[in-house]
Design a protein around this ligand. Structure first.
Ligand code: NAD
Length: 469
């Protein structure tokens, strides 16, 4: 753990950190006790209240840029750490690292050129609108993009002038431990950035602590709901990036081969363990059979294996528990009467947590496999005949994180996009986040937005000062 500028041994127990491709131990880490969590929060409190960190924009910009440069220098090492700890193919980890570097630089640039809004109000007064940091922020992230999702919070939180206590997932702390080492080298002042390790109990202690002013959480909807309730008790600021069940709509004029490409990428990137994974494919009835045939041919040729191998396209799932959860959903789908059209077999490679990608057909909208987030390489494929039906199916879950629309008729695609209840809609594409554009969910997929100027606003209190001269 890194707290108040010191590396400290956790006294809350030892956790083995596993390589999911072989189920072997990479290393062991020590986790925080409640007292140590309190200490970290207190360090962040003191750093916020007693230093000029939140007033010194030039220092923050310098630290963020220096951190970006250091991450860049260690990019390959961090990518390998990420792949070893998560099982994601090395090429995907490299993308995460370069996006993280870009994000650090983006928020440094954004605060550097921020101006105070000022205006004569016509009644002899002048109004100024000024952005201030919120205070101490608890940043809690899941295991699927440990570094990238962490940076999506850390970069704007620090850029805005907050101090933070960061908690990675108990399964994947390694890349953020490395990040903390680099942050120290980058000259981050004592207590501004604290790293605590541990599971949900440590997260819970962070959320409940009265000295934490803001909680920014990415993770499961149930956890998010609990956090929302706790924050309500103290009107604590809160951002929630939660689950999804995102549809990919393939219209009859879409290029079928491209549609297969986007479905592969949308659904199976990072083994489908992606909040915005296109886990529900809605395809026009005229292409349904051919689409299924081509998709399953492509999946048969998918290279599943060692994630450190440059050719690997799909690695293992994150853990034995998660593999079991996916297998349970396969059984649920079958028991609900869906047809397991392709895949879903466990691969017993090196004792890792591998499974082949699975496609369900003959599904009904009210089935659990259509309604609930599975968070793995399992998709449902439904057909539709009319545009209005496709939109209805697409919007027919409690989630609203993302969606994709494939059609060569851009007018139609835009018309459909306008009617989809989703925070991000990709037209003729899927999955690419843009640092300058907002990211977040409609409905039960979350509250608030990350990335872009909205991502910075999430860590800001806006103050109006009216001066009667
Ligand atoms: P999770 O909710 O189990 O855990 C997420 C984090 O919260 C972990 O660090 C965990 O230790 C911590 N935590 C658990 N219980 C807590 C509590 N009571 N109080 C505070 N912290 C607690 O989720 P997970 O299984 O790690 O991640 C998968 C979920 O994350 C999926 O639902 C996925 O859709 C979601 N996700 C969302 C986005 C997004 O941008 N919307 C991105 C990635 C993942």
């Amino acid at each position: 753990m890194y707290q108040c500028g010191n590396w400290v041994k956790g006294e809350g127990g030892v956790r083995e950190i596993l390589d999911p491709s072989s189920a072997t131990i990479i290393t062991k880490v020590t986790e925080a006790t409640a007292t140590q969590v309190n200490f970290a929060i207190n360090a962040a409190r003191v750093a916020f209240d007693s230093t000029d960190w939140h007033r010194n924009t030039a220092l923050r910009v310098k630290v963020l840029r220096s951190l970006a440069n250091l991450v860049e220098k260690s990019a390959e090492e961090i990518a390998r750490i990420e792949t070893k700890n998560t099982g994601k193919p090395i090429r995907e980890s490299r993308l995460d690292i370069s996006d993280s570097i870009a994000c650090l630089r983006y928020y440094a640039d954004l605060v550097e050129c921020k101006e105070v809004w000022e205006k004569e109000m016509g009644d002899g007064t002048i109004s100024r609108v000024k952005d201030e940091a919120i205070g101490v922020c608890a940043l809690i992230v899941p295991w699927n993009f440990p570094l990238l999702l962490g940076i999506w919070k850390l970069a704007p939180a620090l850029a805005a002038g907050n101090t933070v206590v960061f908690k990675p997932s108990e399964l994947t702390p390694l890349s953020f431990i490395k990040l903390a080492i680099l942050a120290e080298k980058a000259g981050i002042p004592k207590g501004v950035f604290n790293l605590v390790l541990g599971d949900g109990k440590v997260g819970q202690a962070l959320v409940e602590h009265p000295a934490v002013d803001k909680v920014s959480f990415t993770g499961g909807s149930k956890t998010g709901q609990w956090i929302y309730e706790q924050c309500a008790k103290h009107i604590k600021r809160v951002s929630l990036e939660l689950g999804g069940k995102s549809p990919l709509l393939i219209f009859d004029d879409a290029n079928l081969e491209n549609a297969v490409d986007w479905a592969m990428f949308g659904a199976f990137f990072n083994q489908g363990q992606v909040c915005v994974a296109s886990s529900r494919i809605l395809v026009h009835e005229s292409m349904h059979e051919e689409f299924l045939k081509r998709l399953s041919n492509r999946l048969s040729a998918l290279i599943v294996g060692d994630p450190l191998d440059e050719h690997t396209e799909m690695g293992p799932l994150i853990s034995q528990g998660h593999l079991q959860k996916i297998q349970d959903y396969l059984a649920i789908g079958i028991s609900e009467g869906a047809n397991l059209y392709f895949g879903g077999e466990q691969i017993l490679e090196n004792h890792g947590f591998y499974i082949t990608p699975a496609i369900f057909t003959n599904v009904k909208q009210d089935m659990r496999i259509v309604q609930e987030e599975i968070f793995g390489p399992v998709i449902t494929v439904q057909s539709f005949s009319e545009e209005v039906e496709a939109i209805q199916l697409a919007n027919g879950t409690v989630f609203g994180l993302a969606a994709g629309v494939l059609s060569q008729d851009l007018e139609r695609a835009k018309r459909v996009a306008d009617q989809l209840k989703a925070g991000t809609v990709w037209i003729n594409g899927y999955h690419t986040p843009h640092i300058e554009a907002p990211w977040g969910g409609f409905k039960q997929s979350g509250i608030g937005r990350e990335l872009g100027p909205d991502g910075l606003s999430a860590f800001i209190e806006r103050k109006h000062i009216n001066i009667n001269q």
